[in-house]
Design a protein around this ligand. Structure first.
Ligand code: ITT
Length: 200
């Protein structure tokens, strides 16, 4: 069965390839299909954004398509940057975005630095069938950037259950506990019976 992984984020693309490994799927990326269109995220809802991207690319490619909308929610910032995580601070690098968030939380004690990553994965078909699933990963915002793995806010996200930042975790460990891993587990449960039916 063919599945388009619709993201322009290379970190996400790498993670999805590992998270969906072992399924009888032929994975395609936007680049491989020559799709350069960028479908904008216009909603304040992760679900609407993920569905909008997945359906838009499913229509363009005429393939079953997976897209996610994800973000970091910081309690001390009333849930910011949330759905705006990719654009927080404008056109700056991931490292600059992390530094900006650390600045915003300067002086805030550990017990008030709770945060979580949220990931909504949408699966959409060219005939307009749609499904979505969600995963969360709880943690705190660290006081400095640590680690070189992952992408985005990983260097400042302290994973409570691991006792280190997400960027200090090896990729395989992140892919067991992350918000995207938890959502991908649920997406696999949607995909497995479809693949079984297709392979009959
Ligand atoms: P696509 O829309 O092309 O998939 P994007 O980077 O714009 O890529 P989102 O709109 O979902 O993706 O934005 C999510 C942002 O949240 C992302 O750019 C990161 O800054 C952050 N983020 C999401 N998942 C993350 C993770 O696993 N580790 C670190 N940061 C993450």
């Amino acid at each position: 069965m063919k599945l388009l992984i619709a993201t322009h984020n290379v970190g996400k693309k790498r993670e999805f390839a590992e998270l969906l490994a072992g399924l009888k799927l032929q994975l395609y990326t936007l680049d491989e299909l020559g799709i350069t269109t960028s479908i904008p995220e216009t909603s304040e809802s992760y679900i609407a954004n993920a569905l909008g991207k997945a359906q838009g690319y499913a229509n363009l490619a005429q393939l079953l398509t997976l897209a996610d909308d994800s973000g970091l929610e910081v309690d001390a910032l009333h849930g910011e940057p949330g759905v705006y995580s990719a654009r927080f601070g404008g056109a700056i690098s991931d490292a600059q975005r992390c530094e900006m968030l650390l600045q915003r939380l300067q002086g805030v004690p550990y017990e008030k630095r709770a945060a979580r990553f949220r990931c909504v994965i949408a699966l959409c078909w060219p005939d307009n069938r749609q499904q979505w699933v969600e995963g969360l990963c709880e943690g705190h915002i660290a006081t400095e950037m640590r680690g070189k793995n992952g992408f985005g806010y990983d260097p400042i996200f302290w994973v409570d259950e691991a006792g280190m930042t997400m960027a200090e975790l090896p990729a395989a460990a992140k892919n067991r506990i992350s918000h995207r891993a938890k959502a991908a587990q649920k997406a696999r449960a949607v995909l497995v019976p479809l693949i079984a039916r297709e392979c009959k």
